[in-house]
Design a protein around this ligand. Structure first.
Ligand SMILES: [Zn+2]
Length: 230
């Protein structure tokens, strides 16, 4: 489910939209991050070198003086930041390794980890998405270290993203590692491409949800929302 607070929601059908509309209306085409089959043939150091050259061209075309002390190091910094930090979640090598523990305490109610702050980037404009993720699951007999929930969120956030896909990717990963359908993911995020450009709406945030298994039950959803809002 997708809702947008204080603002109108976009439809999800792609029929009749041109490429520009898809970007500006933040529509998306696939639940998997669209990747080239040879995405990891190039080494990370080669990627950084290439991005640095290309980014300095962008700066040059914009008319910036790359011999200026303040700008000189920018292409290298951007390349390093893209590969090692903000887009590091594209590389499956960086996926958090999850160890499960036996549920010794026989705790079989819902567990909620709320207010997980994340930073992502909109794949249509490459500007930040800043938000909070709330995660809930019911143990299938195994439990996960709490910090791993945060790490899973960060891993999928560190890609060019759309919020709907981020929500589903986190939910799918949790279902796989926790071996249960009983997972819920709620994301409330601010898109800088909406607030700092385009319609320049500074107050709206977008909420996306995934309710799986027992969490698709209306009373469970209410219970969960109650924990998150308090
Ligand atoms: Zn955008």
């Amino acid at each position: 489910m997708i809702t947008e607070k204080n603002s109108k929601i976009n439809g999800l059908t792609l029929n009749g939209f041109n490429k520009e509309d898809i970007g500006d209306d933040h529509l998306f085409t696939s639940l998997d991050t669209p990747m080239k089959p040879n995405a990891f043939e190039m080494s990370n150091s080669d990627k950084k070198e290439r991005i640095s050259i290309l980014f300095s061209e962008i700066m040059d075309v914009l008319g910036l003086d790359l011999t200026d002390d303040s700008l000189q190091g920018t292409p290298d910094r951007v390349a390093k930041m893209y590969v090692e930090e903000i887009f590091s979640g594209l590389d499956p090598e960086n996926k958090p390794k999850v160890t499960l523990f036996d549920n010794k305490y026989q705790y079989n109610q819902m567990l909620v980890e709320k207010n997980i702050t994340f930073y992502s980037n909109c794949e249509h404009h490459f500007v930040p998405i800043i938000g909070k993720a709330h995660i809930a699951y019911k143990s299938s007999g195994k439990v996960i270290g709490l910090s791993k929930l945060n790490r899973i969120v960060q891993y999928y956030a560190k890609r060019p993203q759309v919020q709907e896909r981020l929500t589903n990717q986190i939910a799918n990963e949790l279902k796989t590692v926790l071996e249960t359908e009983d997972v819920a993911v709620i994301i409330d995020a601010k898109h800088l491409c909406v607030s700092s450009r385009g319609v320049q709406d500074d107050t709206s945030t977008t909420v996306t949800t995934y309710y799986g298994g027992e969490f698709s039950n209306a009373s469970k959803i209410l219970e969960l929302q109650n924990y998150i809002n308090n």
